[in-house]
Every structure is written in structure tokens, then in C-alpha cells.
Design a binder for this molecule. Structure first.
Ligand code: HEM
Ligand code: NAG
Ligand code: NAG
Ligand code: NAG
Length: 325
């Protein structure tokens, strides 16, 4: 390479490093400002209306967005229903996903004003942000870069291969998140989403009979045994955070330190001293919101850019549950 090119190469490098979003991301804030200016507010009001005054279930939107992005990128693959040509999509009953009705309500509202313009993947990213806003104390609307396109592939096997199971230990969780470019710190940050929503007994039942008192607080374990009896015929549902159930706050981190978290994977975060340092510091951030909250927003924005389809790739689905014919 000639010496004359080096300054250009270096300035490109500097630009790449300083640029807020990674080079492969073509998403932009306000992507629909000319093609569908009220897209984001329409999603927000449709979600609020569909929740009908009960914000707790909004938690499901944050989880749907996470599952979407970790499997084949944020392409709305998690929203595709089983069909004769694809009998086993990403959204398998083992994951206990909910909230698809909320996404459908938002899509219907957006299609009514701008048909064929706004992707289901973007609607889900906006909806996850709106769920954050509804559940975080005081509310907070972060920017959601948009321009995602919808994919047409959805596979249960890919979901199993890419999503973390609640039985994983910390090493395995780190590997799963590192495969998507997330650090141990970001794993801990994002896990704060377990401060809201629910889990089915099937997701943690194996920890209860018998329970290990070094991993679960005995009073907490007995309470969970009451909610998830052995050999029960129904798969019960339990609140993830018993202290501040519908509040997206840092209580989750205190719950970890108190052995009062449902999933083995939640408890496993405290098995590494470096992780514990982060957990302790987040657990103190309940007044100022200067540690966990900005980290969580940044991590959600990063999550939302994973392997996205843009430009003319993919399609804009007309309903989120099926690819366009
Ligand atoms: C660290 C690895 C993770 C594992 C092993 C995991 C696993 C699970 C499991 C098993 C449930 C309960 C599902 C049920 O039985 O109903 C759950 C719920 C949930 N997860 Fe995670 N998760 C992880 C990370 C995340 C991340 C990164 C987010 C989002 C940023 C997230 C958001 C949620 C939310 C909001 C719920 C409640 C959903 C609802 O109420 O419907 N999780 N997770
Ligand atoms: C985590 O699980 C894997 C697979 O079972 C095992 O090889 C590894 O030793 C475990 N790590 C820790 C820290 O327990
Ligand atoms: C649950 O089922 C197992 C075997 O299926 C049995 O050994 C156990 O006694 C049962 N426990 C209760 C509480 O019914
Ligand atoms: C899926 O989309 C790709 C391009 O986005 C296209 O080439 C392919 O034919 C589509 N497959 C189906 C089954 O729609």
C-alpha cells in the first residue's frame, strides 16, 4: 500500500471507532419520519390500549424482542406462526412466550395508517422500548434506530441453538452472549429484565425438589414449592420479582444477592467475583438511576441491531404471524 493512502485508511478507522453504531448497522433514528411519521406514536398508543390499564404483561414485549434478535437477528422471526410449510417455528410452547397479541394490535394500528411500510421487526423494537417506558419507574423513552426488514425463516432448532436455557451456568451463559457480541457485564445488565414479568414453574421446578439452601433462600424455596407443587397437572405461573413485581428496577440484583431469584441462570450470575462486583453496584442504583439504567438502554439498542436485514433485503410483512404470500 502506498504511503499516501495511509492517512485515508487511518481516518476511516478513526471514524469507524468513533461512530456510535457499528459499521454494519444501517438503522437510523426516525427512519419513518417521512414515510409514516406517526409510526412510533401509533405503536405506543396501540400497546397502551391493548394493555387496558394492566402494564405487567408488557414485560413479554421485552422478552420477545430479545428472542427475536438472538435468533437470526432482529427480523421478526419470533412472530411467525407454525404453518404447513413450517410446522416448527422459533416460537415453540417450551419458551412460554406471550404478548404476540400486543404486537398484532400494534401492527394492525400501523397498517391502518401506512399499509406495507413499517416492518414487524421495527414494531417489536418500538414496542419493547414502550414496555420499558411503561415499567421503568418514572418512565423513559430511549431512541430506537429503525429500518429493519422482516425475514421469512423461523426455526425452533435455531432458537434452541442460540437462546440461553435457564439451566445454564455462568460459563455457558457467557459463551451464549459472547456469540452475539455481548460481554459478561452486558449479560448482567440485560438480565435485569428479570425484574419484571413472570416464569412458569417448568422453568425452575428442577431447583425445588429438593432445593439447595446454598442457592435458594429456604423461606423463598418453600413459598415456590407452594406455588409449584410436585407432580402438579398445571404449569403454574410465578412473578419473577416478588418485591417490586411490575417495576423494571434494580431489585433483581438484590434478589440475586439474597438467593431469591427463580432461575438457576439468575443465581449463576453470582458465581464469579467480577460479576458479583457489578451486581452489587447495580443493586445500589435504586435512587439515582445512573448505573444500571443507562447501561440497560445502551445494551437494548445494541441488541436491537443484531444481524438486521435492511434496504431491499427481506420484506415488510402485512401481518406479523405469516410471511407475505
Ligand atoms: C441470561 C439468560 C436468560 C435466560 C436463561 C432467560 C430465561 C428466561 C425464562 C426461562 C423465562 C421464564 C419464561 C416462562 O417460563 O414463562 C424468562 C422470562 C423473561 N425474560 Fe429471560 N432469560 C435470559 C435473558 C433475558 C434477557 C437478556 C431479557 C431481555 C433483555 C429477558 C427478558 C425476560 C422477560 C421480560 C421475562 C418475563 C416474560 C413474561 O413475563 O412473559 N431475559 N427468561
Ligand atoms: C458449566 O457447565 C459445563 C457443561 O456442563 C461444564 O463443563 C463447566 O465446568 C461448568 N462450569 C462451571 C463454572 O460450573
Ligand atoms: C411425585 O411423583 C413421583 C414419581 O412419579 C413420586 O415418587 C412422588 O412421591 C410424587 N410426589 C408427590 C408429592 O406426589
Ligand atoms: C425468503 O426471502 C428471500 C429473500 O429475502 C427469498 O429469496 C426467498 O425466496 C424467500 N423464501 C420464501 C419461502 O418466501
Amino acid at each position: 500500500m502506498s504511503r499516501d493512502f495511509l492517512p485515508i485508511v487511518y481516518s476511516c478507522l478513526v471514524f469507524a471507532i468513533l461512530s456510535p453504531f457499528s459499521a454494519e448497522s444501517a438503522l437510523t433514528v426516525g427512519f419513518y419520519s417521512t414515510t409514516c411519521p406517526s409510526a412510533e406514536t401509533t405503536v405506543r398508543s396501540a400497546i397502551t390500549t391493548a394493555l387496558n390499564g394492566e402494564n405487567g404483561p408488557a414485560a413479554s414485549l421485552i422478552r420477545l424482542h430479545f428472542h427475536d434478535c438472538f435468533v437470526r437477528g432482529c427480523d421478526a422471526s419470533v412472530l411467525l406462526n407454525a404453518s404447513p410449510t413450517n410446522p416448527s417455528p422459533e416460537n415453540n410452547p417450551v419458551f412460554n412466550m406471550r404478548g404476540l397479541d400486543l404486537v398484532d394490535a400494534a401492527k394492525t394500528a400501523v397498517e391502518a395508517i401506512c399499509p406495507g411500510v413499517v416492518s414487524c421487526a421495527d414494531i417489536l423494537a418500538f414496542a419493547a422500548r414502550d414496555a420499558f417506558n411503561l415499567l421503568v419507574p418514572g418512565g423513559s423513552l430511549y431512541d430506537v434506530p429503525a429500518g429493519r426488514r422482516d425475514g421469512n425463516v423461523s426455526s425452533f432448532l435455531e432458537a434452541v441453538a442460540n437462546l440461553p436455557a435457564p439451566t445454564l451456568n455462568l460459563t455457558q451463559l457467557e459463551t451464549t452472549f459472547a456469540a452475539k457480541g455481548f460481554s459478561l457485564k452486558e449479560l448482567i445488565t440485560l438480565s435485569g429484565a428479570h425484574s419484571i414479568g413472570q416464569a412458569h414453574c417448568s422453568s425452575f421446578q428442577s431447583r425445588l425438589y429438593p432445593y439447595d439452601s446454598t442457592q435458594i433462600d429456604p423461606t423463598f424455596a418453600q413459598m415456590l414449592q407452594g406455588k409449584c407443587p410436585q407432580n402438579a397437572t398445571v404449569n403454574g405461573v410465578v412473578t419473577q420479582d416478588f418485591v417490586t413485581s411490575d417495576s423494571l428496577d434494580v431489585q433483581y440484583y438484590s434478589n440475586i444477592l439474597n438467593n431469591k431469584v427463580l432461575l438457576f441462570s439468575d443465581w449463576a450470575l453470582r458465581t464469579d467475583p467480577i460479576a458479583v462486583t457489578t451486581i452489587v453496584s447495580y443493586s445500589t442504583d435504586n435512587l439515582l438511576n445512573i448505573l444500571w439504567r443507562p447501561d440497560f438502554i445502551k445494551a437494548m439498542q445494541k441488541l436491537g441491531q443484531l444481524d438486521v436485514l435492511t434496504g431491499t433485503q427481506g420484506q415488510i410483512r402485512s401481518t406479523c404471524g405469516a410471511v407475505n404470500p
